[in-house]
Ligand binder design. Structure first.
Ligand code: ZN
Length: 264
C-alpha cells in the first residue's frame, strides 16, 4: 500500500505557505448557491459536449484528481470532486466552485501525455477552488455592476479586465468559474499553492514551468482560451522558479513516502 504524506504535515506546510502569501478579495456570494449553480452547468456541459472515451486519458485524470485532492483536503474539506475529460482539441482546463473539474483532451495532447505537467495544471485549478477565487471574482464583479448608471462612471476607473468581468457578470447566465478571467493576484495565488499541491502529491513541480512554456508557445499562433481565463501573473516562470527549491524538497519527500524514485 502506498503511504502518503500525513494530513497533519500537509496542513502545517500549507498553513505556513498561506501565511507567506495572504488571500485577496472578499467572497460574499453563497458558496452553496454557487456550487449548486456550477453543478447544474457542469451537468449541462456533459450532455452538450463530447465526453472523452479515451481510457488512458480518463485514468490519468482520475488518478491525478485523487492524489491532488487528497492533499488539498486540508484546505477544502467535504468537497465532492468530479473530474471529466472532454474530447476537445483546444488545450483547456477549468475548475468550478463545488469541485467540478473539466480537462480537454487537447491539454493532455499539448503536454505530450506528461502526467506531471497535467498534474501541474490540475493543482493550479484546484487551488483556484480552494481559495474560492470564482466567488471573490464574481462578488467583485457584482459589486462593480451595482446600479446601472453608476456602472459606466465606475468602470472608467477600472482596468480592462474588470470592465470585461462586470459586463460578464451583468449578462445573465455567465458560467460560474469558467467565463470570468481570474485576476493576476489570484493567478499568483493559484500558481503558488498549485505547485505545492502537485509536489506534495508526488508530482514533479518543475513540470509547471515546462507546461506554461508550452502554453505560451501555443499563444504565438492563437491565444488559447486557457490563457484568457488564466492571465499571466507577470513573470510567472520566474515566480515558479523562485518557489522551486522548496517545492522540490516536498516532492522528494512525497516520493520517498510513496516508496517511489523521484525524477533526477
Ligand atoms: Zn489560473
Amino acid at each position: 500500500m502506498i503511504k502518503k504524506l500525513s494530513p497533519l504535515f500537509c496542513s502545517l506546510v500549507l498553513a505556513y505557505l498561506s501565511f507567506v502569501l495572504g488571500g485577496c478579495g472578499a467572497a460574499v456570494l453563497s458558496d452553496e448557491g454557487l456550487a449548486k449553480q456550477a453543478g447544474n452547468q457542469f451537468n449541462q456541459m456533459k450532455k452538450k459536449e463530447k465526453v472523452s472515451t479515451n481510457t488512458s486519458h480518463n485514468r490519468m485524470i482520475q488518478r491525478i484528481g485523487k492524489r491532488i485532492t487528497d492533499v488539498a483536503e486540508v484546505d477544502i474539506q467535504g468537497t465532492e470532486w468530479e473530474f471529466v475529460v472532454f474530447d476537445k482539441p483546444e488545450p483547456n482546463a477549468f475548475a468550478m466552485p463545488g469541485g467540478k473539474v473539466g480537462v480537454n483532451s487537447g491539454l493532455i495532447v499539448l503536454s505530450d501525455g506528461n502526467e506531471d505537467e497535467v498534474a501541474a495544471v490540475i493543482g493550479h485549478e484546484i487551488a483556484h477552488v480552494a481559495f474560492r477565487h470564482s466567488n471573490k471574482r464574481m462578488s467583485q464583479a457584482m459589486g462593480l455592476a451595482l446600479g446601472g448608471a453608476i456602472l459606466d462612471v465606475a468602470m472608467r476607473k477600472k482596468d480592462n479586465t474588470d470592465r470585461q468581468i462586470a459586463r460578464g457578470a451583468y449578462a445573465a447566465g455567465a458560467t460560474v468559474g469558467v467565463a470570468l478571467p481570474f485576476s493576476r493576484s489570484q493567478e499568483r495565488e493559484a500558481d503558488h499553492r498549485g505547485i505545492y499541491y502537485a509536489a506534495m502529491a508526488g508530482y514533479d513541480p518543475r513540470a509547471a514551468i515546462s507546461f506554461w512554456k508550452k502554453m505560451q508557445a501555443k499563444s504565438k499562433s492563437r491565444m488559447p482560451q486557457f490563457l484568457s481565463t488564466h492571465p499571466d501573473s507577470g513573470n510567472r516562470i520566474a515566480f515558479l522558479q523562485g518557489n522551486m527549491d522548496r517545492a522540490l524538497a516536498l516532492y522528494r519527500e512525497a516520493k520517498a513516502s510513496r516508496g517511489e524514485k523521484p525524477n533526477p
